[in-house]
Design a protein around this ligand. Structure first.
Ligand SMILES: [Mn+2]
Length: 598
């Protein structure tokens, strides 16, 4: 036995029970029982409404809410069209992340399509998120310079604006009509003259509650185009549909739940990206995948295309990403795609460096005590401000508790980013509880940004940690694995795999299903060039004979060679093998089987 043999299981399993769905007789036609149960357990369908199962799986495009059903979109559309008709100027104020850039680009392009004079404006990371004084001054100047004699001006904020009442007042004072569209938690109330489109509006249609910034911007664009062309217009609709590709990237990159309309955007957007992605994204796809033919999936949106667009605002300004999305010819698109690929490589390297420094600092118990602290609050000098959010995400995952990674500048100004494990914490509330120590903060339950003075760092660390312990009732959460169901040998057929495919796109809010195979005999072989992975064969007396793979799990091989019976959990996938397609399990965890099979 190697000294590196570790214990299994790695996580606490939360195995879904089938209590709410007693038997197969009420299973809607065409939907295999394990999938029907999964939809019920995830709250995505209900027994009283048999149509709800297929409604979620198929999520037809026609079920998208009409723009007019989104509160105040009609009002905003009318204001935008009035501005266009008066030959005014429209300023779109966005954000430097993938969602904010996409929101800015799509609204800019679609309003130009109906004849608007648009000035897209995205602040720089150094100015901070949203409508900071500095950015607003620069934006007002830029608008004035671009059109000194504009008879009317209108501001539309996308992916920002909530809680920025004072800044919005500056636009109102300068004679602007103001429309705010934002999916962030509302802060202090906004001036009454603003037209506000927010996910937090109680009248928001159910399917639109979790739109990202680009999703809200898209609703506005749909509103304007359908108001201008009430008869379904082919060009207008094609133009709108084209932007679903970028919208899908923003939706996945902003990690909003892939339920409701987000699910439709991502599914339709993937079709657009795979068939005819448009000039800018075509160039980016070619560059990012280095010319290999890849079927783009939701995974690629979050791990390849999203990071490329995000790299611009992280490492310099958002300009190259905005120009890519607005590119009108291949030369421009290719130049910006190359720029984004370079920036993304720099981002990766910088991230590695910061993570290494974080590792060194974590060994100091004054900075972090794993047994006592309810949060990791870690600060370093000169850390790239564009990287701290990514680093915070990694740290939060590793220690299963909230983390804040902070960059200290030469003036003792600290800018940080925080991330927390989903469901267990509310970062916005936790930061509110420490607000007397902060100069600025804002964000969501599981991701937020903050600024403070260096002299308050230690007090903040203590207060924030205490608040996180209060929220979770412990220093950290045990990492939990949600298991969607226990499969029998005869569940594994084509109908089942077909239904699994209908569940796509999977991601946040609609995780890839994780299944358990109970009480199996396991044969394991170490594979891979560097002998890091395991190839498995799962066998059972009832005829179960399933191949599998477990990445980076070679250390567990000795446990399996001792024999015994195992419970195995993982995702099912189709694997091409010598020209045949077979079902295999991609293992997530394993535990010795105890008791009888249920
Ligand atoms: Mn956003």
């Amino acid at each position: 036995m190697t000294s590196k043999t570790r214990q299994l299981p790695l996580t606490d399993w939360r195995v879904a029970t089938s209590a709410d769905f007693p038997d197969a007789s009420v299973c809607p036609p065409g939907i295999p029982l394990p999938i029907a149960r999964l939809l019920l357990q995830r709250g995505l369908a209900n027994v009283e409404d048999p149509d709800s199962f297929a409604a979620f799986l198929d999520a037809p495009l026609q079920t998208l809410a009409k723009p007019g059903e989104v509160p105040r979109v009609d009002q905003a559309s009318r204001a935008i069209l009035d501005n266009i008709d008066a030959r005014g100027q429209i300023v779109i104020f966005g954000d430097f992340d993938c969602d904010g850039i996409t929101a800015t680009a799509l609204l800019t392009s679609l309003l130009r399509f109906v004849g608007a004079d648009v000035l897209p404006f995205i602040p720089e990371r150094a100015e901070g998120y949203g409508l900071t004084d500095e950015a607003v001054t620069r934006c007002l100047d830029a608008a004035q310079t671009a059109r000194p004699d504009a008879p009317r001006r209108l501001l539309v904020t996308v992916d920002c604006g909530m809680g920025a009442g004072d800044s919005l007042q500056r636009f109102l004072d300068a004679g602007y009509r103001v429309i705010v569209s934002d999916h962030h938690t509302p802060g202090s109330p906004l001036p009454g003259a603003c037209t506000v489109i927010s996910n937090f509006d109680p009248a928001m249609p159910l399917g639109c509650r979790y739109l990202c910034g680009a999703g809200l911007a898209y609703k506005i664009a749909c509103g304007v185009i359908t108001m201008r062309y009430p008869q379904p217009d082919k060009t207008g609709r094609a133009e709108l549909h084209q932007w679903m590709g970028a919208l899908a990237i923003a939706t996945v990159a902003d990690v909003v739940p892939l339920t409701g309309e987000n699910r439709i955007y991502v599914r339709e957007g993937l079709v657009v990206l795979n068939r005819r992605p448009g000039i800018g994204l075509k160039a980016l796809i070619r560059r990012a995948f280095e010319r290999t033919q890849t079927q783009i999936t939701a995974y690629h949106l979050g791990y390849v295309l999203g990071p490329h667009i995000n790299a611009a605002g992280r490492m310099e300004t958002a300009e190259s990403a905005l120009r890519l999305l607005l590119a009108a010819d291949d030369d421009e698109a290719n130049a910006q795609a190359l720029r984004l690929a370079t920036l993304n490589t720099t981002r990766k390297n910088t991230e590695q460096l910061v993570l290494k420094e974080i590792d060194e600092k974590l060994s100091d118990p004054a900075v972090f005590d794993e047994d006592k602290d309810g949060a990791v609050v870690i600060a370093g000098r000169g850390w790239h401000p564009g990287i701290v959010g990514l680093a915070a995400g990694r740290v939060a995952e590793r220690f299963t508790r909230p983390s804040v990674v902070i960059s200290i500048d030469d003036e003792g100004e600290c800018h940080g980013s925080s991330r927390a494990p989903e469901k267990y914490y509310n970062l916005y509330d936790a930061l509110s509880a420490c607000s007397s120590l902060l100069t600025r903060f804002g964000g969501h339950a599981s991701a937020a940004g903050l600024s403070l003075r260096e002299e308050n760092l230690d007090d903040f660390r203590k207060a924030f940690s205490a608040e996180c312990i209060r929220q979770a009732g412990a220093t950290h959460i045990r990492s939990e694995l949600a298991v969607d169901g226990i499969l029998a040998a005869d569940d594994l057929d084509d109908a089942f795999m077909g239904a699994l495919a209908r569940l796509e796109p999977c991601g946040n809010g609609n995780d890839k299903p994780c299944w358990m195979l109970e009480d199996v005999e396991v044969r394991a072989d170490v594979i891979g060039q560097d002998k890091k992975h395991l190839r498995l064969r799962l066998l059972r007396e009832d005829g179960l004979d399933l191949g599998g793979v477990w990445f980076s799990a070679a250390d567990y091989a000795p446990l399996f060679s001792e024999g015994g019976r195992w419970d195995i959990v993982g995702e099912l996938a189709e694997n091409e093998y010598h020209g045949d397609t077979e079902i295999q399990i991609v293992v997530r965890d394993a535990r010795p089987h105890t008791g009888t099979r249920g």
